[in-house]
Each structure stands twice: as structure tokens, then as C-alpha cells.
Design a protein around this ligand. Structure first.
Ligand code: GLU
Length: 546
């Protein structure tokens, strides 16, 4: 077979030689140990926790080493492409403070542009042509039907599926056969002519997993599809080389493709970048551990965190806790320091599955939100509400003073200890709802309606908004005593049978009447914030409530 002639037939015309691209995309001028990392999502519109996990690692490694993090869009699969997906990726990552130095829609140093694979078609074709000319790639005319029949046969025979060895039918077509098919205008793909032997294993140093054994590849994978667009495998090898990536941290679902990638880099004559395969995020599901699933676990999608209003730093703190074994200890010692000061190391990344626990994240969220000032909380909630809140919630910010007082109370600002009641913005906004909206539903009272009505009526008779907290409470006690409730807890505890209940039960009734809830921060302050008229209306409504 005259490979050069075949290459010319398949890719007519002049294509630049490799040296041209080597010069066009020169090695980066960076300090000696600087790492060039990237995020290379496909624009499918679904960006998930796994992407963030890898993004944080790549970002930390690049920036701590004085290197570069760039964004490349792997849009070779037209079928999976979704409009607006690139903006969604950038926005989702921006929320977690992942900033790229260059890339699609970001710009930056144009030397390594374009960052959309579809705009790089010529480079892939130039290298595909070269591989055909070298006899290292060939056209394959097998139809979808033939390939799926092959897959079925292999599956039935319990063989490895794919296009390889004796199954690679078009690999050994004669020159006449190839030209006859081309003349007949049959569609074709370009496949790599693999030279590997899977019986042979080689040692490979994975930046995350350490030393692993990787078999050689023998699959004649497709490098260019019938529409001339490359596959991920081929495109990523060329791009990572010419974008001068030094370290690829990616999900471990790609580990199985590593043999292919090693062969591709070698065949193309490119040095292999370092790879680190990050372990998958697992979830405890009853007795078993399984991978987080798009269908079952809403928390897999990054959209979930923005919609719920997780405080970005909290998610980042949790991700770092999972990513680097000594982060938690460092953070305990340095709770106020910027996360960027933690010395993130690839070598400290977990080598096997990591358990993702939403309860743990929620605890971290509560603690992170409790560190914010009233001003920061106000700004955070406002921003979230503007995008995701209801119209009623947007209205709360129109009563700014009330909002601030409500936040200060709910966060325990000025108190002995900060409260940790807020998990997310959406939950916080529901939490403070009763300051702005009268209760439509109330938690059940633990007394008869007659009893509740009598107590609330007595309270209204003595209620004076000018009373300070002590006087107010003394009045609540007096109301309690007048209705057979113990005014002092200790008296009630000493002889519960002697009373209808205690002052705590009376306070709970008031609380439910005013807020609809049995548990809230300090009731006197809530009443002060609401004002006399509102308190009287609510207590009135609370009486008629069964
Ligand atoms: N386009 C691949 C993905 O979306 C990127 C894999 C890689 O990082 O190499 O998963």
C-alpha cells in the first residue's frame, strides 16, 4: 500500500508539517516548576460535582505553582451539545471562585487559542493525514450495523468488545479494495492502526494513584469521525500537547482510556503530559457505597448548590477536605486565613473512592455562614434572592431595617454565641419568613383551644411594647401563674402534677401564635421587631387557630 498516496487521496492539498505547529504553539515561558492545567468539559449543559472536584484541584495546582489554568471546550460531539452550556460552565465555576487564566469565552493569551475544538479542525486533519501517510492510521468503511453486530458477537462470546486485532476488518484491506470503496463514495472514519499488545503491561506513575500497571492498547480507535471531526481521544492528545499542558487531573472514569492515550501520544511523537486520575465521589446508600448518580442524586449537579444557595466557600472547604487529607487540620488551625494559603498537593489526593456526605457539607455550611457579618449575610441572601427567590422574598429586602434586625437576631450577632441555624440561602430565607409574613399555618399548640385562648387573651391585656425583656418576661410568668401554670421551672419540675404546665409552655403558645413556630430565637426581640400592631393581630389570629 502506498500510504502517502492514500493520505493525499483522503486529505487532498497541503497541510502544515508538525514543525509549523510546534512553532505556532511554542512551549510556555513559565517558571521551572509551573504547572499548566486545564478543564476540558464537553458542552452538554450538565456540570457536576466531579467537574468541580477536578476544577479545584487543577486550579490550586496551577496557581500555587505560578502556572496557568485554562478552559478548553471539547465540543466534538455535536449530538450532546447544548446551547449556553459554555456560559453555564463558566458561571457555575465562578460561583466557587475558580478563575481561568485563559480559555473559551475568557480570552487571555491568544497564543494557544482557539479553545473550542471545532475551531481546530485543521490541526487534527493535518495530524490525521500524517498518520495515514505513515501507515499508522487507515480508513474504515464498516457501517453502524456491522459494528453493532460485531459487538453483539463479541459480547456473546464473552470477548473484549471493540475494533481490534482479527476483528479490525478494514485494517488489512488491499489497495484495490480501499480505492474501490472510496470511488464508490462510501462513508468512512479514520482509525488508528494500533501496534500494542494488551498482554504487555507497563508501569505508569499516576500523579494521584501512584504507580499503576497499564496494559498496552490494541484497539484501533476512531480518530476522525465520518464528518471529519476528531474523537475526544485524538483531539485531547493534540490539544494537550499544543496547549502545553503539563498535568492532566481528570476523573478516574478516564483511567480505562489511558492505554489509548499513551499510544496516541507516542504515535504522534509527543511527550506524554503527567496524568492524575481523581477518585470518584461515592455516596453511602444504606449498606452500600455507590457512585453519585445524575438520576438519583440532585446534589451531583452544581446547579443544585446555586439554586439552594450554598455559600460557595462552604462547598469549597468541604471539597478541599475531601481532596487533601491534611486540609481539615490546617483549616481548624487557620479558620480565618484565605483558602489559597493552604498548600495543596497532588500527592495528598485520595487514591480510592471518596465519600461525599451532604450532612457534613450542611454542617460546614452552617459554620461558614455563622462566621459572616450581618452585612455579608445581607448581601449574600440578597444576591441569591434576586436570582432564585420568590417575589415575596424579594420584597423582604424593601424592609431593610427589619431585615437587618431579623438577621442580627437569627445569627446571634451581639449575643453570647453566634447561632448556626442557616444552612443555605434558601433555607435562611424560609427561616426568616415569619418576620415578613403572617403565619398561614401554625405548629400545633400543646394545650386545648380554650386554654390557649385564655392565656393569649390575658397576655394581650398586659402586653406593652415599651416593656423591656425582664418586665415582659415577668408578665408572661404572671399570666402563666394566673392560669395554673408554674411561673418558675424549678417549681414545675419539683411537682409537675400540681400545674397545668410551666412558663415554658406559655412562652411556646405565644411563640406559635406570633410566628407559627415552636422554636425561634428570642421571642421578646421578635415582638420588638414586629411592632405592637402586628403582634396584636397575630396573637388574635393565633387564638382563632385550632
Ligand atoms: N471532555 C472530557 C469530559 O468532559 C474531558 C476529559 C479530560 O479531562 O481529559 O469529561
Amino acid at each position: 500500500m502506498d500510504h502517502r498516496a492514500l493520505a493525499e487521496r483522503l486529505f487532498p492539498g497541503e497541510y502544515p508539517p508538525p514543525e509549523f505547529y510546534e512553532q505556532k504553539y511554542p512551549p510556555r515561558d513559565l517558571p521551572p516548576h509551573a504547572e499548566v492545567t486545564r478543564l476540558a468539559p464537553s458542552p452538554t449543559g450538565f456540570i457536576h460535582l466531579g467537574n468541580l472536584f477536578v476544577a479545584i484541584a487543577n486550579e490550586r495546582i496551577a496557581h500555587l505553582s505560578g502556572g496557568v489554568l485554562y478552559l478548553r471546550i471539547e465540543d466534538t460531539d455535536e449530538k450532546r451539545k447544548v446551547d449556553g452550556a459554555v456560559e453555564a460552565v463558566i458561571k457555575a465555576l465562578e460561583y466557587f471562585d475558580i478563575s481561568f487564566d485563559e480559555g473559551a469565552e475568557i480570552g487571555g493569551d491568544e497564543t494557544y487559542a482557539p479553545w473550542y475544538q471545532r475551531q481546530r479542525a485543521e490541526i487534527y486533519r493535518a495530524f490525521a493525514k500524517r498518520l495515514v501517510a505513515q501507515g499508522r492510521a487507515y480508513p474504515c468503511f464498516c457501517t453502524e450495523e456491522e459494528l453493532s453486530a460485531l459487538r453483539e458477537r463479541q459480547t456473546a462470546n464473552k470477548e473484549i468488545t471493540g475494533y481490534y486485532g482479527k476483528y479490525a476488518k478494514c485494517r488489512d484491506l488491499s489497495e484495490e479494495e480501499v480505492y474501490a470503496k472510496l470511488d464508490a463514495g462510501l462513508p468512512y472514519v479514520i482509525r488508528l492502526r494500533s501496534e500494542g499488545d494488551p498482554e504487555k503491561k507497563r508501569k505508569f506513575r499516576d500523579a494521584v494513584k501512584g504507580e499503576i500497571a497499564v496494559p498496552e492498547n490494541d484497539q484501533d480507535i476512531v480518530i476522525l469521525k465520518s464528518d471529519g471531526i476528531p474523537t475526544y481521544h485524538f483531539a485531547h492528545a493534540i490539544d494537550d500537547h499544543f496547549m502545553r499542558t503539563t498535568l492532566v487531573i481528570r476523573g478516574e472514569e478516564w483511567l480505562a482510556s489511558l492505554p489509548i492515550h499513551i499510544e496516541l501520544f507516542e504515535t504522534l511523537g509527543f511527550p506524554l503530559p503527567r496524568y492524575g486520575h481523581n477518585c470518584s465521589l461515592m455516596k453511602q446508600d444504606g449498606e452500600t457505597r455507590r457512585k453519585l448518580s445524575k438520576r438519583k442524586d440532585p446534589e451531583l449537579s452544581l446547579e443544585f448548590y446555586r439554586k439552594e444557595g450554598y455559600y460557595p466557600r462552604a462547598v469549597k472547604v468541604y471539597m478541599l477536605t475531601l481532596l487533601n487529607s491534611d486540609f481539615e487540620e490546617w483549616y481548624l488551625k487557620n479558620p480565618e486565613r484565605p483558602l489559597e494559603e493552604f498548600s495543596f498537593k497532588v500527592g495528598k489526593m485520595s487514591k480510592s473512592g471518596t465519600l461525599f456526605d451532604l450532612d457534613k457539607l450542611n454542617d460546614i455550611s452552617k459554620s461558614e455562614l455563622s462566621k459572616l457579618t450581618e452585612e455579608e449575610t445581607f448581601a449574600f441572601l440578597k444576591e441569591w434572592t434576586e436570582e432564585f427567590g420568590s417575589d415575596a422574598q424579594k420584597g423582604y429586602f424593601g424592609e431593610e431595617e427589619k431585615m437587618r434586625k431579623a438577621l442580627a437576631l437569627c445569627m446571634g450577632i451581639g449575643g453570647k454565641k453566634r447561632r448556626k441555624d442557616f444552612v443555605t440561602a434558601s433555607q435562611a430565607m424560609r427561616f426568616i419568613e415569619y418576620f415578613f409574613e403572617r403565619p398561614v399555618r401554625r405548629e400545633p399548640y400543646r394545650a386545648t383551644a380554650a386554654c390557649v385562648n385564655a392565656l393569649l387573651t390575658s397576655f394581650l391585656q398586659t402586653y406593652d411594647p415599651a416593656d423591656d425583656a425582664q418586665v415582659w418576661f415577668a408578665k408572661v410568668k404572671a399570666v402563666a401563674a394566673a392560669h395554673g401554670y408554674a411561673a418558675e421551672m424549678k417549681d414545675y419540675k419539683a411537682d409537675p402534677a400540681a400545674y397545668m404546665g410551666s412558663v415554658a409552655d406559655v412562652a411556646e403558645m405565644l411563640r406559635i401564635a406570633v410566628t407559627g413556630r415552636a422554636n425561634t430565637p428570642d421571642l421578646w426581640t421578635i415582638m420588638q421587631i414586629l411592632g405592637e400592631e402586628e403582634v396584636r393581630i397575630r396573637i388574635g389570629e393565633g387564638m382563632n387557630h385550632e
